[in-house]
Design a binder for this molecule. Structure first.
Ligand code: PEP
Length: 249
């Protein structure tokens, strides 16, 4: 059985006090669910979040990290720093990191390797842009993003990897992939992984969908057989909306 996950990416939102308010509300309302629930606050609020959630089922992830162990990388955060404050999961390859901060497949492959070297869990994001879908290149693009960052890894690495398919045209736009489009891509991803590794790896890997998941569309998207949950941006900043999405899994 694959693990179901609902993860909230809070991006560059919420001050420390606002984070505490949101966490308090989340903890008091989080439903009893078999799905894992994860939140990814901004770096400066990670420590407080870890402490706040110490007795809760809600887990914590970082939104990014650097691939180097330490050194002259002004503004960056290392795996050791995250582990030291109790953060064992990291989002790698979010489309905003790729498009705004110029992160390439090559850099992402290095980040993945560093996370694995540190026994961290990775939520690896990828997905095509609108023009690529319009030109029917979405399968090709997704396959190459996966191949470049993940397909040189050993089979054992996959127990540390969660995938998040996030079509760029659906992130923060209010436009969602239809449940059928999400299912079609998730099935393709599984088939591609089965070819590159084996059927078991493909069957066992959790594949999240991300892109304007809201309380009113979550149930239909999550009902698809190859969709194992969601990576939620905007809606995860509102406790009641995030809780409604968790209940939809
Ligand atoms: C995201 O940033 O990962 C995301 C899916 O955002 P939103 O839900 O706001 O589209």
């Amino acid at each position: 059985m694959r693990t179901k996950i609902v993860a909230g990416n809070w991006k560059m939102n919420k001050t420390l006090s606002e984070t505490e308010v949101l966490l308090t509300e989340l903890v008091s309302k989080v439903p009893d669910t078999k799905a894992e629930v994860i939140v990814a606050p901004t770096f400066v609020n990670l420590s407080t979040t870890v402490n706040h959630l110490a007795n809760s089922v809600v887990q914590v992830a970082a939104q990014n990290m650097h691939f180097a162990t330490n050194g002259a990388f002004t503004g960056e955060i290392s795996a050791a720093m995250l582990l030291d404050i109790g953060v064992k999961t990291v989002i790698i390859g979010h489309s905003e990191r790729r498009s705004i901060f110029g992160e390439t497949d090559d850099m992402l492959a290095k980040k993945v390797q560093t996370a694995l070297d540190n026994k961290m869990r990775i939520i690896f994001c990828f997905g095509e842009e609108l023009a690529e879908r319009k030109h029917n290149k979405h399968f090709e693009v997704v396959e190459s993003q996966l191949k470049n960052a993940l397909f040189s890894l050993p089979v054992e690495a996959w127990s540390h990897i969660v995938l998040a398919y996030e079509p760029v045209w659906a992130i923060g736009t209010g436009e969602t992939a239809s449940p059928e489009q999400a299912q079609e891509m998730h099935a393709f991803i599984r088939k591609t992984i089965a070819k590159a590794f084996n059927q078991k790896v493909a069957e066992d890997v959790t594949i999240l969908y991300g892109g304007s998941v809201k309380p009113n569309n979550a149930k239909e998207i999550f009902s698809k057989p190859d969709v194992d949950g969601g990576l939620i941006g905007g809606a995860s900043l509102v406790a009641d909306d995030f809780i409604a999405i968790i209940k939809a899994i």
